[in-house]
Ligand binder design. Structure first.
Ligand code: GTP
Ligand code: MG
Length: 246
């Protein structure tokens, strides 16, 4: 799926403080320092853009709530710091992430070349079903472009990533589209898994009326892998860092 793809599902973006939701997913934004991870996440969730560079230390998280087909979906986006020294900390955050947003700067060839390392980290540390979106940020800096879009599209295809688009956190170009697409992909995946689980359940019930599927069944676990366990406790056992603290 590339940036030309139209959103074919009806959706409604909900206020950030919407008190209830049906499904929650954890996303992680990763990439080299300064590519715009924080700006992109802030623009998409709060419509704020900051010109000054203030490197993230540790993590910050942002919330995006969207209604798709009557289901309220909460995306929890973990904005990570790009510095090498925090790599092992970031690696621990891949656990339970349903989707990784892998970001480079279109004006920064080095950040594009380093995508291989980031991909490797994802593969080594995340669950195998994780979805990976590739994002070329700073599209407004066209005159400083160092990464041709075709090169990025080739990378996206060669690595079987799930989505690619270029964005500008500064102008807002494609920024919300990124999260809307993420929500749709995760929602559809959860529906498919739900359907498979219910098919297996029906089959088992037909085979053996006395034995219904219990909670430890493999398919149930598969769903839990992609849908975040939505409790405050789950949040609290992570090293939550905000406002550039570490
Ligand atoms: P770390 O937290 O150090 O990993 O960096 P980061 O990836 O979070 O980068 P950040 O969002 O802090 O942005 C770095 C610099 O790039 C800031 O000065 C931003 O204003 C600028 N920036 C971010 N996105 C864009 C964009 O789309 N266009 C332009 N022109 N500048 C951007
Ligand atoms: Mg940052």
């Amino acid at each position: 799926m590339t940036e030309e793809t139209k959103e074919e599902i009806d959706y409604e973006i909900m206020p950030e403080d919407t008190p209830i939701h049906d499904i929650s997913f954890k996303l992680i934004a990763i990439g080299d320092p300064g590519v715009g991870k924080s700006c992109l996440t802030m623009k998409a969730t709060k419509n704020i853009f900051e010109n000054d560079y203030s490197p993230t230390i540790g993590f910050e998280f942002y919330t995006f709530i969207i209604k798709i087909k009557e289901k309220i979906i909460r995306l929890q986006i973990w904005d990570t710091c790009g510095q090498e020294v925090y790599r092992s900390l970031i690696n621990s955050f891949f656990r339970n992430s349903s989707l990784a947003i892998l970001i480079y700067g279109i004006n920064n060839l080095k950040s594009f070349k380093n995508l291989e390392f980031w991909l490797n980290d994802i593969k080594m540390n995340s669950n195998p079903d994780i979805k990976i979106f590739l994002v070329g940020n700073k599209k407004d800096l066209e005159e400083k472009r160092e990464v041709p879009i075709d090169k990025a599209k080739t990378f996206y295809k060669e690595h079987n990533l799930h989505y690619f688009l270029e964005t500008s956190a500064k102008t807002g170009f494609n920024v919300q589209k990124l999260l809307i697409r993420a929500a749709i992909v995760l929602y559809e995946e959860s529906k498919n898994l739900e359907m498979k689980t219910s098919m297996v359940k029906n089959k088992n019930e037909n085979n053996n009326n006395t034995n219904s599927i219990n909670n430890n069944n493999t398919n149930d676990n598969t769903i839990k892998l992609t849908q975040e366990n939505d409790t405050e406790a789950d949040l609290n056992d992570k090293p939550v860092k905000r406002n550039n603290c570490c």
